[in-house]
Design a protein around this ligand. Structure first.
Ligand code: A2P
Length: 265
């Protein structure tokens, strides 16, 4: 399943996140395993410091570059998104990324955007977008952007069911993407999630991933474990309305338009 971006490209709905996967053999193995299992979306960032391994695994896979959707993110503490993109590509050993995101709105939601647009115009990135932006920040950016952001990647799960943020994104024509869809693992032991998983004969991780896909999100669970990487991709099933409603009710954010309860920058 894919979702359509404003630049006309398709992004796979389900991908592998490599936040907290250490650079080196572990990250290479995670990305290789994912590509073998059928994943075609890989999500990294300058801040994760594992672009070298991600690039190695992609290049070693033998899969044509155009069949893989690769995201990286600008670390908004260096001041030039254009130069930083060039350096990312050098680490990755690739000619372009499919998506380049402002990792978080440090210093305000707009200052980095001209450099992001320049990176896109230079062909370093096919599409550009943002991460950890609230609805207010999206609106501020929309006012000044020449190239509109294609995607907002935020913490999103049944426990952080930010309806208002999702609606604002959809209204602005961008895809919302869920990072930490398993609550960095914390949501896997929730009794409601566990009961639903038993009822549908799936694992708690599969239920949480499926919930996000059914909400129209792109979802990027992180795992460095080959079996769990494969398990997280096996989500070709449907949650019924009752199960979805029960999961919706786990929200602790009040359906907020904020991207995170606590800003950590
Ligand atoms: P591991 O990498 O050892 O598999 P999130 O995507 O919400 O950030 O969650 C990532 C965390 O959840 C990691 O600690 C990861 O550990 C764990 N995890 C990922 N997939 C599964 C799974 N299918 N079952 C159990 N734990 C998982």
């Amino acid at each position: 399943m894919t979702l359509k971006l404003v630049n006309g490209a398709e992004i796979p709905a389900l991908g592998l996140g490599v936040w907290q996967t250490p650079d080196g053999a572990e990250c290479e193995r995670a990305v290789s395993t994912a590509l073998e299992a059928g994943y075609r979306l890989i999500d990294t960032a300058q801040d994760y410091r594992n672009e070298v391994s991600v690039g190695k695994a992609i290049r070693a896979s033998g899969i044509p570059r155009e069949e893989i959707f690769l995201t990286t993110k600008f670390r908004p503490v260096s001041d030039d998104p254009y130069a930083a993109a060039e350096q990312s590509l050098e680490r990755l050993g690739l000619d372009y990324v499919d998506l380049y995101l402002v990792h978080w709105p440090q210093g305000g939601p707009t200052w980095a955007w001209p450099g992001m647009e320049k990176a896109a115009q230079a062909g370093f990135a096919k599409a550009i977008g943002v991460s950890n932006f609230s609805a207010t920040e999206l609106a501020e950016l929309a006012k000044v952007a020449e190239l509109q952001p294609a995607l907002n990647q935020v913490y999103f799960s049944p426990f952080a069911y930010r309806r208002a943020l999702l609606e604002a994104g959809t209204a602005a024509g961008l895809v919302t993407q869920a990072y930490s869809p398993l609550g960095t693992g914390d949501h896997l032991t929730d009794p409601t999630v566990g009961r639903i998983a038993t009822e549908v004969g799936k694992t708690p991780a599969q239920v949480l991933i499926r919930w996000g896909l059914q909400k129209g999100l792109s979802v990027i669970p992180k795992s460095a474990n080959p079996d769990r990487i494969r398990q997280n991709f096996a989500v070709d099933f449907e949650l019924g309305d009752a199960a979805v409603a029960e999961l919706d009710a786990l929200d602790r954010t009040g359906g907020t338009a904020e991207s995170n309860e606590h800003k950590w920058w």
